[in-house]
Ligand binder design. Structure first.
Ligand code: NAP
Length: 247
């Protein structure tokens, strides 16, 4: 299989898009690390699901905002599977408010996870990724980083930030076998979207030419392709998975 014995770390993969990515990578032969912050039972359920399907995975608790927890995760991964080949920076949160009402705490909370967590994880796994035969850094951004979205100034800023970050890392890695890319989903059916009021969800649907929200699998299969050797000539790119939403 395309990802045989590749070590793939997926941050925030106890639920939602991360869970979909973890199971997809495992089903193509990867050794998968299911990272979570609080959802222990869900994370172990993902591992059970992968193992029941014949795959290999471990669950590792680490809050991506805490450098020491991320460093400890690197050690756990090396002990279990050796060096990391693929890092998927997926963990992300929203704290939605109109900018008028957005406090500095609301701003910082989203920055800390969506960009600070990406710094911590990329930094901690960077030596492994650079040394890998086909290293892959894959950052999960959002169409909101491209278009902006009412009530999401903090979230949009972090998701736009990932474009510049990814492009820069891609340039700095260009003399290695390792690539860096962004996947930019539209609106995906997960707990994150469930928090959006139905009235707003209906307005969003009107803007999606394919007339449906994405399933996690729509995103996971693109990540699986980017994680594989087949994507070797693609780096520094943003891959939209958004049902045709313009931006
Ligand atoms: P979700 O269902 O809310 O799941 C979030 C995941 O991130 C959970 O596994 C959660 O773990 C983990 N997480 C949150 N904070 C963390 C932290 N500090 N440390 C470690 N893990 C943490 O979200 P989702 O919808 O799947 O979104 C996943 C990614 O896709 C995010 O980056 C999001 O911005 C992006 N995205 C989502 C959509 C969408 O419409 N859903 C669209 C575009 C992009 P715990 O449960 O343990 O806290």
């Amino acid at each position: 299989m395309k990802l045989d014995s590749q070590t793939c770390v997926v941050t925030g993969s106890s639920r939602g898009i991360g869970k979909g990515i973890a199971t997809e990578l495992a089903s193509h032969g990867a050794n998968v690390v299911v990272n979570y912050r609080n959802s222990e039972r869900e994370a172990y359920d993902v591992v059970d699901e992968i193992e029941a399907d014949g795959g290999t995975a471990i669950a590792v608790q680490a809050d991506v905002t805490e450098e020491d927890e991320v460093e400890a995760m690197v050690g756990r991964v090396r002990n279990a599977f050796g060096p990391t080949d693929v890092l998927v920076n997926n963990a992300g949160i929203t704290v939605d408010k109109k900018f008028d009402n957005m406090t500095r705490e609301d701003w910082d909370a989203v920055m800390d996870v969506n960009l600070g967590g990406v710094y911590n994880c990329t930094n901690a796994f960077f030596d492994d990724l650079k040394a890998a035969d086909h290293g892959r850094l894959i950052n999960i951004s959002s169409v909101v980083g491209q278009q902006g979205n009412y009530g999401q100034a903090n979230y949009a800023a972090t998701k736009s930030g990932l474009f510049g970050f990814t492009r820069t890392i891609a340039l700095e890695l260009a003399d290695t076998e390792t690539t860096a890319n962004c996947v930019s989903p539209g609106f995906v059916q997960t707990d994150m979207l469930d928090k959006v009021p139905e009235r707003v969800q209906n307005k969003i649907l009107e803007r999606i030419p394919l007339d449906r929200f994405a399933e996690v699998d729509d995103v996971a299969c693109i990540v699986r392709f980017l994680a594989s050797e087949d994507s070797s000539y693609m780096t520094g790119q943003v891959f939209g998975v958004n049902g045709g939403m313009e931006w």
